[in-house]
Ligand binder design. Structure first.
Ligand SMILES: [Zn+2]
Length: 240
């Protein structure tokens, strides 16, 4: 391991400070994004229900129209048969037409009963669709407001994150590229913690005791020492 100048440790500590903030802010922002996605999918569910309810209403309306149309056709047939009744010449014709009128009246009765059921269904579907629309509008407003509020709240964090990223990039320019690679690797291993202090021979990253010889080297600060347990780059702080 090559020796590094002492100021590099101070630079690494600054790099770590930025890294800690970056990791924290990224976690906060990720959580906000997740919340926003959750809200959006909740709204989507309501939208699906609304579409279903609207379709049910259209079906019910169409069933009523079809039924009314059919009643109209049967009605026309009854009128026509009644007209024909006045013009019949034989008894046989009269009986046939009379039966026709009778059959059509029965058919009309049955259709009218069915229509009442369809109308009942249509009314229920209308109520459900209206209620569903109202609920959706309300939730949509609520969720949009919540998302905007979240967006507003995390805009400061986003700005701060950009600042730390820029700061880190700036610090990185002053460090050896292999050191940056090492920093990145250790940070990834330890959830954003790559550089940590040592006092009383204890690594404050993993709380392991540092072997005496290594501790002396850390105290001397003339080279970059990694913790044998967690690999974090160590620097010495004197705490009494
Ligand atoms: Zn350690």
């Amino acid at each position: 391991m090559k020796d590094i100048a002492k100021p590099d440790i101070a630079t690494l500590v600054k790099l770590q400070e930025a890294e800690t903030e970056i990791v924290r802010l990224q976690a906060v922002l990720e959580k906000v994004e997740k919340e926003k996605t959750k809200l959006a999918s909740r709204l989507k569910q309501f939208e699906k229900a609304l579409v279903q309810n609207r379709e049910d209403l259209v079906r019910a309306q169409s069933a009523c129209r079809d039924s009314e149309h059919e009643i109209q056709i049967v009605d026309d047939r009854i009128i026509k048969s009644n007209e024909n009744l006045r013009m019949v010449k034989t008894n046989k014709e009269y009986t046939v037409l009379l039966r026709e009128v009778d059959d059509n009246k029965k058919r009309k009765d049955a259709l009218e009963t069915e229509l009442l059921e369809f109308m009942d269904e249509r009314e229920k579907s209308q109520t459900i669709a209206t209620e569903s629309e109202r609920e959706y509008e309300l939730l949509s407003e609520q969720i949009t407001a919540q998302q905007a509020e979240m967006e507003k709240k995390c805009s400061d964090d986003k700005e701060l994150l950009e600042e730390y990223l820029a700061q880190q990039k700036d610090i990185g320019k002053r460090l050896d590229s292999s050191l940056m690679v090492r920093f990145r690797k250790i940070s990834k291993m330890n959830q954003g913690s790559a550089v940590t202090s040592v006092s009383h021979a204890v690594c404050s990253g993993c709380f392991m005791n540092i072997p005496p010889q290594l501790y002396i080297e850390v105290q001397r600060g003339s080279s970059l020492i990694s913790c044998p347990q967690c690999s974090r780059i160590l620097y010495y702080v004197n705490i009494d």
